[in-house]
Design a protein around this ligand. Structure first.
Ligand code: SF4
Ligand code: SF4
Length: 310
C-alpha cells in the first residue's frame, strides 16, 4: 500500500510541477524531450478502446451464439472452451484442476499450451482488456467512480498489489487441500462468461457487489489488486514482444497516460524516469488507453526485438 501511495504521490507531484508559460501553454517536468503538449490534430482519442471493445463483444457474443444456435465455433466459456475444435483452457483454472484432481489430462495440457502460445503472440494480459467481460464492466464502473470522485462524493482507496499473488497462491493451495476448484465458485470472469452463454446465475450478485465496491471505494480494485486470473497472463506477458513503446522525443511529460492506466506503475520507467523505451512489465494489459490519451503520439504498440528486423 505504501509503495502504491508513493507512486500516486509521484504522479501527483509531476502534475503539480505543471507551469503555465506566458502564452498560456502548459509545460511539465520529466524525461520527455518535448517542452509543451503539441496535439496531433489527426489523433483519434478512442481508437484502440473502440477496436478493443468491438473484439471483446465479438468473442463474448460468439460464445453465446455457438451455444444458442449450436454452430460449434466457440464452445464453452472463458474458463474452458473449444475454438473450432481446439481446446482452450485458462491457465489458472487448469492448474487448479490438476492440483485438485491430481490427474494430468491430455486435453487440459493441450488447451493450456495452446492458450500459452496464443497469448505469447497477443501480449499476455491482452486477455484482461481484450477478452474478459468483467474488465469491460469495470471500465464502465471506473467512469462512474471518476465522475463521483471529481465531485468529491467518493474518495480513492488503494491496496497492496501483492494481494493478487497471495490470492493466486492461496487458491492453488486450497485446490490441492480440498480437492475442489474453490476459486471457480467466486470467479467473476467465469460467472459472467457462463451467464452470457447459459443464462444468469446467482453469482452475478457477487459481480455486482464487486462493481459497487469499485465504484464507491476503490477504483478498479479487482483487476488492480486481487484478480488471480490475470497473474498467469502477466507471466506470459513477460515473454510477449507486443508492448507499448515510448518515444522520448514526442513526450511532453503530461502524465495523462498514467492517469488512465489500470496499472500506472508500469509506465514509471519510461515517463517518470526515462530509462526504458518499452513498457516491459507483464502487468500491462495492452489496452491502448495510454496510446489513445497521448495526443503528442509519444506512445504506440510495437514489437520489441522484432521491430528492428521487420
Ligand atoms: S501522455 Fe504522452 S506526452 Fe503525456 S507523459 Fe504520457 S507519453 Fe508523455
Ligand atoms: S501501459 Fe497503456 S496499454 Fe498498458 S495497461 Fe497501461 S494504459 Fe493499458
Amino acid at each position: 500500500m505504501k509503495k502504491r501511495q508513493q507512486q500516486d504521490r509521484t504522479v501527483n507531484a509531476a502534475v503539480k510541477n505543471t507551469n503555465e508559460n506566458r502564452s498560456g501553454v502548459k509545460t511539465f517536468k520529466g524525461p520527455g524531450l518535448r517542452k509543451e503538449n503539441i496535439p496531433n490534430p489527426k489523433h483519434k482519442r478512442n481508437k484502440w478502446r473502440n477496436i478493443r471493445w468491438a473484439i471483446l463483444l465479438f468473442f463474448n457474443v460468439l460464445f453465446f451464439a455457438s451455444f444458442y444456435f449450436d454452430i460449434q465455433v466457440l464452445e464453452g466459456s472463458l474458463s474452458a472452451s473449444r475454438l473450432l475444435g481446439f481446446h482452450l483452457i485458462d491457465p489458472f483454472a487448469a492448474i487448479q484442476v490438476i492440483l485438485s484432481s491430481r490427474i494430468l489430462m491430455v486435453n487440459l495440457v493441450i488447451g493450456t499450451v495452446t492458450v500459452f502460445i496464443i497469448y505469447i503472440v497477443l501480449g499476455g494480459r491482452t486477455f484482461c482488456s481484450w477478452v474478459c467481460p468483467y474488465h469491460w464492466l469495470a471500465e464502465l464502473g471506473e467512469k462512474i467512480n471518476l465522475f463521483l470522485k471529481k465531485r468529491k462524493i467518493v474518495r480513492s482507496h488503494s491496496f497492496d498489489r501483492k494481494f493478487r499473488y497471495l490470492f493466486y497462491a492461496l487458491f492453488l493451495i486450497l485446490a490441492l487441500i480440498t480437492g475442489f476448484t474453490v476459486f471457480e465458485t467466486i470467479n467473476p470472469v467465469s460467472a459472467i462468461s457462463r451467464s452470457i452463454v447459459y443464462g444468469p446465475s446467482l453469482l452475478l450478485i457477487w459481480v455486482v457487489a464487486l462493481l459497487v465496491f469499485e465504484i464507491l471505494y476503490s477504483r478498479r480494485a479487482w483487476c488492480r489488486y486481487f484478480c488471480p486470473v490475470g497473474v498467469s497472463y502477466q507471466l506470459i506477458g513477460l515473454l510477449a514482444p507486443l508492448r507499448v513503446k515510448w518515444n522520448k522525443e514526442n513526450c511532453s511529460n503530461c502524465k495523462r497516460c498514467q492517469n488512465v492506466c489500470l496499472v500506472p506503475h508500469v509506465l514509471k520507467d519510461s515517463v517518470n524516469k526515462g530509462t526504458k523505451e518499452y513498457v516491459d512489465s507483464g502487468a500491462c494489459t495492452r489496452c491502448g488507453l495510454c496510446i489513445d490519451i497521448c495526443d503528442d503520439e509519444a506512445l504506440e504498440f510495437s514489437l520489441k526485438y522484432l521491430d528492428k528486423i521487420i
